[in-house]
Design a protein around this ligand. Structure first.
Ligand code: HSE
Length: 402
């Protein structure tokens, strides 16, 4: 084993800064555990950082990193598809391992990069792409796959969970809570990806590949964010002892493609996922004969994400770089969307007080501060849509029970 492992960090934002801090502040721990020193060779960013003690490592030219043969691992924490895709691809082809927290790139190109890394005899690892600091990808692959996995579901976006917690607990509105989440470094550069559920959709796509060997297209995942959640919905949830959480679900079928979706769900207040609040994330796996296990921890932010990123160095260094993720990651051209249309759920529907007749035709009716809340029996997604259309119903909210 070499006495130094040299890394280049692509992106010196919240996560990149956290990675550099961890490598420097925990030098002694890394050295004693890994048996070698981790050294930052370059930092790529568009900006200069004249005040940073690492300013001498900053380059604006990826070519400096690619041509430096002493760089063992490229840590891509820039976010966004481009140029992260091109840089990761070039680094792997040049025989450098790549670690990333970039869920967009993993969801879109993970299959290609896993193959490329295997061909080049290096690693492509992405523990930080799902669940921030939670160790979930490695344990899922090394300790769970011997089971029949029935469902993987989780709170996969720290920003939206933080926002929902502030809405539920403090009565804060969505835009105020989002600004706060942005100030804390939780949100994406474009926070629409958080609040519209896209970030969670990318993450459930990755978990689906790890759990079922099928990598669906993110565009085919039914995706609904939290922008439609109203104060009356929060009130209703509380009234019936539930919480509303943005949940990504992958339900494995007996055969064929899984059902994959992201949406706000009503969760019984005493279930483990309901207790996950603030920036915390959790991934619950339901498997046989294992039963239920839940991975829990901070889902966004510099320190937690840096922990997962730097953790990926451990298998790379201990195996001399050759450490392919043994996951299926088989991209399917077939759409997973029809499976969602068959998913059976109970629904909460909200109606204006004047729509009592329509409401009572759909299920149990509850008065909710001037609105009518309807709680339905279990019904398939497509059948629910059909019933609403036949009745000419225009609900103010539609939220499923998990
Ligand atoms: N914006 C993401 C979140 C960052 O809030 O979960 C971590 O992936």
């Amino acid at each position: 084993m070499k006495d130094k492992h040299r890394v280049a960090i692509l992106g010196f934002g919240v996560v990149g800064g956290g990675v550099a801090d961890l490598i420097i502040n925990n030098r002694a721990e890394l050295c004693s555990y890994l048996g070698c020193e981790v050294e930052i060779a370059h930092i790529l960013d568009l900006r200069d950082f004249p005040e940073s003690p690492l300013s001498h490592l900053v380059t604006h030219d990826f070519g400096d990193i690619l041509s430096d043969e002493s760089v063992d691992t490229v840590i891509e924490v820039m976010g966004g598809e481009h140029p992260a895709y091109e840089y990761s691809s070039a680094a792997l082809a040049a025989g450098k391992s790549v670690i990333t927290s970039n869920k967009e790139v993993v969801a879109l190109h993970g299959d290609e990069f896993i193959r490329l890394a295997a061909q080049a005899g290096v690693s492509y690892r992405f523990e930080a792409a799902v669940g921030g600091g939670i160790p979930v990808i490695a344990p899922l692959l090394s300790s769970v796959r011997q089971n029949k996995i029935r469902e993987v579901r989780g709170i996969l976006n720290g920003t939206t969970n933080y926002i929902l917690t502030r809405m539920f607990n403090d009565g804060v509105d969505l835009s105020t809570a989002l600004k706060d989440a942005q100030a804390r470094g939780y949100a994406e550069a474009n926070p629409a990806a958080d609040i519209e559920g896209i970030d969670a959709a990318r993450k459930i796509t990755i978990l689906t590949a790890l759990a079922t060997d099928v990598l669906p297209s993110v565009d085919e995942v039914y995706t609904e964010g939290i922008t439609g959640i109203r104060e009356a919905d929060v009130r209703l949830a509380r009234k019936i002892g539930h919480e509303i959480k943005l949940v990504g679900r992958c339900i494995a079928g007996e055969a064929g493609l899984p059902t994959v979706c992201v949406a706000p769900f009503l969760i019984p207040g005493d279930s483990p996922l309901a207790t996950v609040s603030g920036v915390y994330n959790a991934v619950e796996v339901i498997a046989e004969p294992l039963g239920n296990v839940m991975f829990y921890g901070q889902g966004a932010g510099a320190g937690a994400t840096a922990s997962a990123v730097v953790g990926d160095l451990i298998p790379i260094i201990s195996t001399g770089g050759v450490n392919p993720i043994a996951a299926g990651f088989n991209r399917v051209s077939e759409s997973v969307r029809p499976n969602f249309d068959r998913l059976k759920s109970r629904f909460y529907l909200a109606f204006d007080g004047a729509d009592e007749k329509i409401a009572s035709a759909l299920g149990e009716v509850i008065e909710n501060g001037g609105e009518i809340a309807v709680l339905t029996e279990k019904i398939a997604e497509a059948d629910m849509q059909q019933r609403l259309s036949t009745l000419g119903a225009k609900p103010l909210s539609v939220i499923r029970f998990i």
